[in-house]
Design a protein around this ligand. Sequence first.
Ligand code: ADP
Ligand code: MG
Length: 382
Amino acid sequence: MENPFVYGRVVTGEEFFGRSKLIERIQGYIRTGQNIVVFGERRVGKTSLIVEAIRRLGLPCLKVDFYEVRTQREMITRAIRGIERLEKEAPFFSRWLARGKRVRGKITQEYEQPGMVPKVSLEGYFKEPVSSITDLLDYIHDFQSEKALVAFFDEFQGLLGLENAMDILATMRSEIQTHGQIPYIFAGSIRRKMHEIFMEPKHPFYKSALPIEIGPIEFEEIGPIVLRLFESGGRKVTLEYLQSLYHMLYGNTGDFQQLCSTLWEVSKPGQTLSRDTLREALDTVWETEMPVYAAIRKALTSQQNRVLQTLALTDGKEPFGGHFRKVAGDISPGTVQKALARLEEMDLVFQPYDSKDYRFYAPFFKLWLIGQVTYPLELPGQ
Ligand SMILES: Nc1ncnc2c1ncn2[C@@H]1O[C@H](COP(=O)(O)OP(=O)(O)O)[C@@H](O)[C@H]1O
Ligand SMILES: [Mg+2]
C-alpha cells in the first residue's frame, strides 16, 4: 500500500480531511460575493481549504500566489501564471483581447508539441506592474460577466515586499471596490503583515474584506482519520500516541502530515509505532532540512542564536522572566528584546494571536534545536 499521507502541496478531494463547517461558511460568502481574508499559520491548511471550497462549488478560480514576490517582473509573472492555469479550465483570454482590451502586442501562439492545443503567450499584454494589476483585474471583471468566477490572492502579504507596494495596493483596492459581484478571497501566513494590510487604517485594504481565522484541524476530527490510515497499512498505533505527536507540533496540519508520512516511511506493516520509530522519523526529517537550519544559524549573531535556542528550550514562555535568563546564561532584557525583534523579522518565531508565548514557525526546527543540547531528546511514546 502506498503512503497515504500527503504534505508540501495543496490537498483536495479525497486527500482533504474534515473541515465541513468551514467549507460551508466560505461557500456562503462566495455565493453572496462577500470578500474575505483568511488568516492562519503556515501549513495550517488555508490554501487547501479555499481551493477545496471553490472546487466543490464547481466554479473556476483565478489563483495568484504572491509568496515572497521580490520584483515587479516577478509579480507580473505570477499573475500571468494564474491566468494560464485558469485558461486551461475555461478559455477566455482570446475573447477578452477580441473585445479590444488594452491590446499592446501581437498574439503569439506557441506550439509546445505538434498536435497540442496552442498556448497563448500572455507576456506581451502585461508589461508595467501597476497597469498589469489593472489589466488582471479587468480580465477578472470581464470574465465574471460571462461566467461566475472566484478570485483568490494567496500569500497576499508578499506584495508588501515590493518597492511601490502602496501604489499597487491602492490601485487594486480601488478597482476591486467596483467589482461588487465578484468574490475576492485573500489569504496569508505572516500574520503581522496581513494585519497591517487589512487592519490598519492607513492601508488601502483596511476593512475591505471579512476576516476569518483558521486554526489546526481539531484532533477529534483528524486523529481518527489518521489512525485508520495507519491501521489500513498494518501499522499498530494508538490514538493517545497520535495525540501526543499532534500536540508536539501544535496541531499544525501540514507538519502532522509530514511526520505521519515519515513515520510510515520508516516503518513496516505489522510494526508498532514507538518512541524509537518517532526518533527515526525525526532524524529523517532533520536530515532533509539540515541545510536550511544551518543557513539560519549562520545568518544570526551568537546572541540571537542563544535567544533562539533558549526559546526552544523554554517553549517560548516568558522570555523576559528569570527562568529564561537563567537558561540563556545571563543575558540582558535589552539583548533579548533586540534578538526577539530580529527573529520575528526573519519569520522564525511569532506570537500566536491568543498567546504571549513565542512559537516557532517550524516546530521541527525547534525540536532539532532542543536536540542539540539535550540528550536523549524527550519524546512521546513507549
Ligand atoms: N483539510 C486537510 N486535510 C488533510 N491535510 C491537510 C488539510 N489541510 C492542510 N493539510 C496538510 O497541510 C499541508 C499544507 O496545507 P496548505 O493548504 O498548503 O496550508 P497553508 O496554505 O495554510 O500554508 C498540506 O500539504 C497537507 O499536508
Ligand atoms: Mg498556502
